[in-house]
Write a protein that binds this ligand. Structure first.
Ligand SMILES: [Zn+2]
Length: 365
C-alpha cells in the first residue's frame, strides 16, 4: 500500500511575521503579484513593502473581486501574465486565497499564502472551492502540491472579528474525529491517497491543542491581543487542521456542512460553525462514549460554537427540509461514506434529531 503525506514547504507564524516576509520568500522569485480583499490589503501592505525595502524584490497589489469564480481566476491570470510576475501571493480569507491557488496552479508559479483571518484551514491545503459568479458552489479543484510558503502574522489575525477565529476552531474540531473515522475504514484522504501516521498524529494534536488553548485564545482575540494560547490555537486551526485534514481525510462532519448549505436559513452560518455541529452528529453516528461527547460539547459551549440546530440557523425543524439536508450530505462522493458501515439519509436524519435534543438539554443543565 502506498501512503502519501503532504504539507506546505514552509510555515511561518508569529506576531509581526510579515515584517520578516522577505527572508522566507526570496528563494521563490523577485517579482511578486498579490491578490487580496480591500481590508486584507489594508492590514498587510505596509508591512510587506517594508520587508521588501532595499531589495530587488517588487510586488504589485491587485484587489480581489470577492468571488472565487472561474471568471475572476481568468481575470487575475491575465493580469499576472501581463505583469511578468514570477511569484503569486494570496492575501485574506478563504476565497481570495483559493483564487490565488488556482491562478498559481495554472500559471505554474510558486505560491505564497498570507491569511488575515483564521476562519478555516484553507491556507495550508492543496485545494480550492470554486463558486459560480452568482455565489453557488461549482466545484473543488485539487492540486499536486500545497502552497510553497504560508505566513501567518498572529498580530493581524488577533485583530480580525472573534467570530472568524471561533469558526476556525469549529473547522479544526472536525479534523481529528474525521481523520479517526477514515483510519478505521482505511479510507483515502482528500487527494485519494492512503493516510499516514503523521497526518493522523497532527490531527490528534490539533484537537488536543484547541481543547487546551481555544477558550484562552478566544478571550485574548476578543480584546485583539496575543498571548501564548493564541499562537498555539492559530497553529492548530491553520496548520494542524489543514495538514491534518489533507493527510487524514474527511468523514461525516464536512458532508453534514455540505448538506446544510441547501438550507437558506443557514446561509449566515459560517463553515466551521456547521462543522462543529456536524462533529457532534458524527460522534452520535459512531456511538462514541458519552464522556467524549461531553468534552466536545463543553469545548463548543466555552468558545461559543453551535451544539443545536437552532444555533446553526434552523429556527424551526421542518422534517421535509431536514431530510433534504440529510440526502444532500449522503450524496454519492460525499466523505460521509468513509464512516464505518456507511450512513443512510434516514440514519443521518435521526442523528440530527438526537444531537439537537442532546445539545438543547445540555445547555439547560
Ligand atoms: Zn473545513
Amino acid at each position: 500500500m502506498i501512503r502519501v503525506m503532504r504539507a506546505p514547504s514552509r510555515y511561518v507564524q508569529g506576531k509581526d511575521a510579515l515584517l520578516d516576509l522577505k527572508r522566507h520568500v526570496e528563494s521563490l522569485g523577485n517579482t511578486f503579484y498579490a491578490i487580496g480583499s480591500k481590508s486584507a490589503l489594508k492590514s498587510t501592505k505596509a508591512a510587506i513593502e517594508k520587508s521588501f525595502e532595499g531589495s530587488d524584490m517588487s510586488i504589485t497589489f491587485e484587489l480581489f473581486n470577492g468571488q472565487c469564480s472561474m471568471a475572476e481566476v481568468n481575470r487575475v491570470r491575465d493580469l499576472i501574465r501581463k505583469s511578468n510576475s514570477n511569484v503569486i501571493v494570496g492575501i485574506g480569507g478563504g476565497r481570495a486565497l483559493d483564487t490565488a491557488k488556482v491562478a498559481a496552479h495554472y500559471e505554474k508559479l510558486p505560491l505564497v499564502i498570507i491569511p488575515t483571518v483564521a476562519a478555516t484551514d484553507a491556507p495550508c491545503t492543496a485545494l480550492s472551492v470554486i463558486y459560480t459568479e452568482q455565489g453557488e458552489f461549482d466545484q473543488y479543484l485539487f492540486y499536486p502540491k500545497n502552497p510553497d510558503v504560508v505566513v501567518v502574522d498572529t498580530g493581524i489575525i488577533a485583530k480580525a472579528p472573534v467570530r472568524f477565529f471561533v469558526a476556525g476552531l469549529g473547522d479544526a474540531l472536525g479534523t481529528f474525529f474525521e481523520g479517526r473515522a477514515c483510519l478505521r475504514t482505511e479510507s483515502l484522504d482528500l487527494d485519494g491517497e492512503h493516510i499516514t501516521q503523521s497526518g493522523y498524529c497532527l490531527a490528534e494534536l490539533c484537537y488536543k491543542t484547541i481543547v487546551a488553548d481555544g477558550y484562552k485564545a478566544k478571550l485574548a482575540i476578543e480584546k485583539g491581543v496575543v498571548v501564548p494560547a493564541v499562537e498555539k490555537a492559530i497553529e492548530a486551526t491553520t496548520y494542524l487542521s489543514g495538514v491534518g485534514a489533507s493527510g487524514a481525510g474527511l468523514a461525516a462532519a464536512h458532508s453534514i456542512y455540505n448538506g446544510f448549505t441547501v438550507l437558506e436559513e443557514c446561509e449566515g452560518t459560517m463553515h466551521g460553525e456547521i462543522v462543529a455541529f456536524g462533529t457532534l452528529v458524527q460522534l452520535l453516528l459512531e456511538d462514541s462514549p458519552i464522556e467524549e461527547i461531553k468534552e466536545v460539547m463543553d469545548f463548543c459551549l466555552s468558545v461559543g460554537l453551535p451544539i443545536t440546530l437552532e444555533d446553526i440557523g434552523v429556527k424551526q425543524v421542518d422534517p421535509e427540509k431536514l431530510m433534504k439536508v440529510a440526502k444532500a450530505a449522503c450524496a454519492p462522493g460525499e466523505s460521509i461514506h468513509n464512516m464505518v458501515g456507511d450512513v443512510t439519509p434516514e440514519e443521518l436524519y435521526d442523528a440530527f434529531i438526537v444531537a439537537d435534543n442532546m445539545g438543547s438539554q445540555y445547555k439547560r443543565q
